[in-house]
Design a protein around this ligand. Structure first.
Ligand code: SF4
Length: 387
């Protein structure tokens, strides 16, 4: 199929807010649906050497516990590709093999049961190889992500556009897409990542008018945990607010679990994710008479494992505190050496400054237990015999 189709748009309600989201073709990745009407999923990439099976399994587990719905692994050689089967047997979320240039590694990854490939078909060396890869992936029902980065745009396109512009990135993606479409392979996900936000936004917007494939969104090489998180919030927030994005990865120079935490917080802030704790805390000011920073951090960390939707307020004083705390599921409003505890708008206790953190955590856990049992992130299914 030569022609690529433009995605439709649809209004949908999420968390009481009406959002317009581009409706992309649905692509199944193991137990996870990307695109269609599926929620935006959060993924990350392991930082271990994939050949080190024990450490990679442990990192995948940490990512699952942080809420990852999909995990990607770098496959630099055959030994890494051959390790995939053993890593996958211990994984609860679908796995993606990230491969550059060598289609034999992709074929081995498919043999090992990987759920998705990230490979650019224009870089694997000719039509026969694209055909073999598309056929092997189709037989196993495995989709392919075409991942165009600003640094990977082909030389001819750099010359044509005078650099890695958004237009050059889009044309590069369309060329890769067409190679798969010629083999009637349509289980495609596309990403267009630049290291700056404006170019990334423009590239996705341009491509959204031309294809209906789901988008993996991200800002590549975003930076350290702090600056990368800020850049990702700006870029991914802007894309999501325009209805663009079906799965996201925050790239950080730091632990992969932080990527998941930031990604989930972005979705929560956008109202696209209701699972998990949302801590609302005041910025503190001259009226604050409790150790609010320590309390807010302790509460957020202690409740990070909850996956039921729960709003927890940690407020510093009696001026704005009680009002905000009342709107949360549970909350705390500080006073001089004490705190008032709230549950669904009612004062349920008064505790000393020393007891505050523990008391709020206990109250939050009780409220969470009443809502429903903590469960795995969306799209993740436990398999028989899982730990
Ligand atoms: S809630 Fe109170 S302590 Fe916190 S910033 Fe507002 S006025 Fe200051």
């Amino acid at each position: 199929m030569e022609k690529v189709l433009a995605g439709a748009r649809s209004d949908g309600k999420t968390g009481g807010k009406t959002l317009t989201r581009r409706i992309a073709r649905g692509v199944r990745v193991g137990s996870l649906l990307i695109g269609g009407l599926a929620p935006v999923s959060v993924q990350s990439m392991t930082k271990t050497d994939t050949r080190d099976i024990a450490n990679t399994r442990a990192e995948v587990r940490r990512l699952e516990e942080a809420g990852a719905e999909l995990v990607r692994l770098a496959i630099p050689d055959l030994e890494a590709a051959q390790a995939l089967g053993a890593i996958k047997r211990a994984a609860r979320v679908p796995l993606v093999a990230d491969i550059h240039f060598d289609y034999r590694l992709a074929l081995e990854a498919l043999e090992q049961g990987v759920d998705k490939l990230r490979i650019n078909p224009g870089n694997i060396g000719g039509k026969d190889r694209v055909k073999a890869l598309a056929e092997a992936a189709r037989v196993r029902g495995v989709p392919i992500r075409i991942g165009v980065n600003s640094g990977s745009v082909e030389r001819e396109l750099l010359e044509k556009y005078g650099g890695a512009t958004a237009e050059a990135m889009v044309e590069s993606a369309l060329e890769h897409i067409r190679l798969l479409e010629r083999e009637s392979f349509l289980d495609i996900v596309v990403s267009l990542k630049a290291s700056d936000v404006p170019r990334t936004l423009r590239a996705y917007r341009l491509l959204a008018d031309q294809v209906d494939y789901p988008f993996h969104i991200g800002i590549t090489e975003a930076g350290t945990v702090w600056s990368g998180a800020v850049r990702s919030v700006a870029g991914l927030g802007a894309l999501l607010s325009q209805g663009l994005g079906d799965t996201l990865r925050v790239s950080l120079t730091g632990p992969a679990e932080e990527e998941i935490r930031v990604g989930r917080e972005i979705l929560k802030a956008m109202g696209w994710l209701q699972n998990g704790v949302e801590v609302i805390s005041c910025p503190t000011c001259g009226r604050t008479e409790i150790d609010l920073v320590r309390t807010a951090n302790a509460v957020e960390e202690a409740l990070a494992d909850l996956t039921v939707p729960l709003k927890v307020a940690v407020m510093g004083c009696a001026v704005n505190g009680p009002g905000e705390a009342r709107e949360a599921d549970v909350g705390l409003a500080g006073g001089r050496g004490f705190g008032l505890l709230f549950r669904r708008g009612e004062i349920v206790g008064r505790v000393t400054a020393e007891e505050m953190s523990e008391a709020l955590i206990r109250l939050a856990r009780a409220e969470a237990g009443g809502k429903s049992e903590p469960r795995l992130a969306r799209g993740v299914e436990r398999r028989q015999g899982d730990r």
